[in-house]
Design a protein around this ligand. Structure first.
Ligand code: CTP
Ligand code: CA
Length: 226
C-alpha cells in the first residue's frame, strides 16, 4: 500500500495496456511466439498505477512476478483472445497503450492431436492475425489517446512514422535495436518517441521504469488533454 501517493497526474483516467507476447497454437503442445518479456509493458502499467490511473492490463503469457491485484488484470494467449479482451473494454478507456508483441501470423489450422514427425521437411500454412491497434485505432474517439510501439531494424524513423499514421496512433515509441542496452529481455531501453503532431524526442539508454515515466510525460503533452 502506498501512503505517499506522490504525483497523481493520471488520476481518474482509465488506461488499457496490451503487453507481452502472444502464443499461436499449432497443436495441443506447440505454438508460435516471440521473445517479448513484457517488461516494458509492465513498467508502463506500474507507472500509470503510481500516477493515479485505473489500469486495465491485457497480458500475453509472461514469466514476470506481478502483483495482479493492483490492476484489472486479464491473461490471454492468442492474438484473437487479446483482440477480444481489448475490444470489450476499448470504448470506456481514456488511454490505450499497445505494448504487446502480437504474433503477425497464426497457423491456419490447429491440429487436434500432436503433429507426428514424418517427412524430412514440414510446411505450415499461416494466416495473418487481426491487427489489434489498427482495428481499434479505426474506432478511436476524439478524446481517446492511442500509444503504439515499433521495433524496426531498418529505416527506423520512417517506418515508425508510417505505423503511427496507419494505425491512427497519437504517439509511437520506437525501440532502438542498434543501441546496446536496449532490447527485449533487458531492464534498460532506449527509445525515440514520435507524436502525430510531428514533434519527436529521443531518450538515453535508461532503466525501463525511467523510460515509462518519460512516455507518460509525453502522453501528457498531447493536445487532447488541454
Ligand atoms: N500490433 C497490434 N496487433 C498486431 C500487430 C501489431 O496491436 N496484430 C501493435 C503492436 O502492439 C505495436 C504496433 O502495432 O504497438 C506495431 O507493431 P509492429 O509489430 O511493429 O508492426 P506491424 O504492423 O506488425 O508491422 P511489422 O511487424 O511488419 O513491422
Ligand atoms: Ca509485427
Amino acid at each position: 500500500e502506498e501512503f505517499f501517493a506522490g504525483n497523481t497526474d493520471f488520476s481518474g483516467k482509465k488506461v488499457m495496456i496490451t503487453m507481452g507476447p502472444t502464443q499461436e497454437a499449432l497443436d495441443p503442445v506447440r505454438y508460435i511466439s516471440n521473445h517479448s518479456s513484457g517488461k516494458m509493458g509492465l513498467a508502463l502499467a506500474d507507472a500509470f498505477l503510481s500516477r493515479g490511473a485505473d489500469v486495465f492490463v491485457i497480458s500475453g503469457p509472461i514469466s514476470l512476478k506481478v502483483n495482479k491485484d493492483a490492476f484489472h488484470w486479464k491473461n490471454v494467449r492468442s492474438a484473437k483472445e487479446m483482440y477480444d479482451a481489448a475490444s470489450a473494454i476499448h470504448d470506456q478507456m481514456d488511454i490505450c497503450v499497445f505494448a504487446a508483441a502480437v504474433a503477425d501470423y497464426a497457423p491456419a489450422e490447429i491440429a487436434p492431436e500432436k503433429i507426428k514427425k514424418s517427412d524430412a521437411s514440414l510446411s505450415i500454412s499461416l494466416v495473418k492475425n487481426v491487427d489489434i491497434a489498427a482495428s481499434l485505432g479505426a474506432k478511436k474517439k476524439q478524446n481517446q489517446v492511442h500509444v503504439g510501439f515499433a521495433l524496426e531494424t531498418e529505416n527506423e524513423a520512417k517506418n515508425a512514422q508510417l505505423k503511427l499514421s496507419k494505425k491512427n496512433f497519437d504517439v509511437i515509441v520506437l525501440n532502438s535495436m542498434k543501441d546496446s542496452g536496449a532490447g527485449f529481455q533487458l531492464d534498460t531501453n532506449k527509445v525515440h518517441i514520435f507524436h502525430a503532431s510531428g514533434l519527436s524526442i529521443q531518450s538515453d539508454v535508461a532503466p525501463k521504469k525511467q523510460i515509462a515515466d518519460l512516455i507518460l510525460d509525453q502522453i501528457k503533452n498531447i493536445p487532447v488533454w488541454v
